[in-house]
Design a protein around this ligand. Structure first.
Ligand SMILES: CC(C)(COP(=O)(O)OP(=O)(O)OC[C@H]1O[C@@H](n2cnc3c(N)ncnc32)[C@H](O)[C@@H]1OP(=O)(O)O)[C@@H](O)C(=O)NCCC(=O)NCCS
Length: 168
């Protein structure tokens, strides 16, 4: 298994994982599946803004992806980034999410980002425990912050401070 930066050739594999999560999970709070063009624009946006998209690949297959990007757009937030990691169902629980998270943290640190934020559905205890393992702090739950499949969803926010840099 290889963790590396994503290329355009990886987009079909990334799209499959993304749309599967939209269809099945209380994650990615939309019921609208994406097209390859949508994912291409997303990858270009992340690359053009100096962020990163990583994939986990084995024997030419994309097992998962992890990336980070804009948290909020105003300039005062430009040292904060929000990340996400999604694995194919059959690739979970084998350390691949850990490898992607390590790549995200290392890349964001190297580029001087200060705060990494995770936004998680409150019922996704697997993801919450996963983030705790990296030292992410659970800062609480925003109730009924979103909806999907006709139900309100509660949002857990977790954060990890990446360095002790002074404010710019
Ligand atoms: C959440 C996710 C990224 C974790 O990646 P993973 O490769 O499955 O996790 P790892 O194998 O690296 O696990 C590392 C640790 O995280 C914790 N963990 C991971 N999944 C867990 C689960 N379902 N329940 C409880 N703890 C879990 C465990 O402490 C685990 O350590 P252990 O194996 O020694 O017990 C992955 O399962 C996934 O893509 N899930 C579906 C999509 C999703 O929920 N993404 C996150 C949206 S916020």
């Amino acid at each position: 298994m290889n963790i590396r930066l994503a290329t355009e050739a990886d987009l079909p594999g990334i799209l499959d994982i993304h749309n599967d999560a939209i269809r099945r999970l209380d994650a990615i709070w939309t019921e609208a599946e994406e097209t390859l063009e949508d994912r291409r624009a997303w990858l270009q946006d992340r690359e053009n803004n100096g962020f990163a998209v990583f994939v986990a690949e084995k024997d030419g297959e994309i097992l998962g992806h992890g990336s980070y990007g804009t948290y909020r757009s105003r300039s005062g937030y430009n040292k904060t980034v929000e990340h996400s990691i999604y694995l194919r169902e059959d690739a979970q629980g084998q350390g691949i999410g850990t490898a992607l998270m390590e790549a995200i943290i290392a890349d964001a640190k190297a580029k001087g980002f200060h705060l990494l934020v995770a936004v998680i559905d409150s019922k996704n205890t697997g993801s919450i425990v996963f983030h705790e393992r990296f030292g992410f702090v659970n800062m609480g739950t925003l109730p009924q912050a979103g909806h999907k499949f006709g139900r309100w969803l509660d949002q857990v926010n977790m954060y990890l401070i990446l360095n002790d840099d002074p404010a710019p």
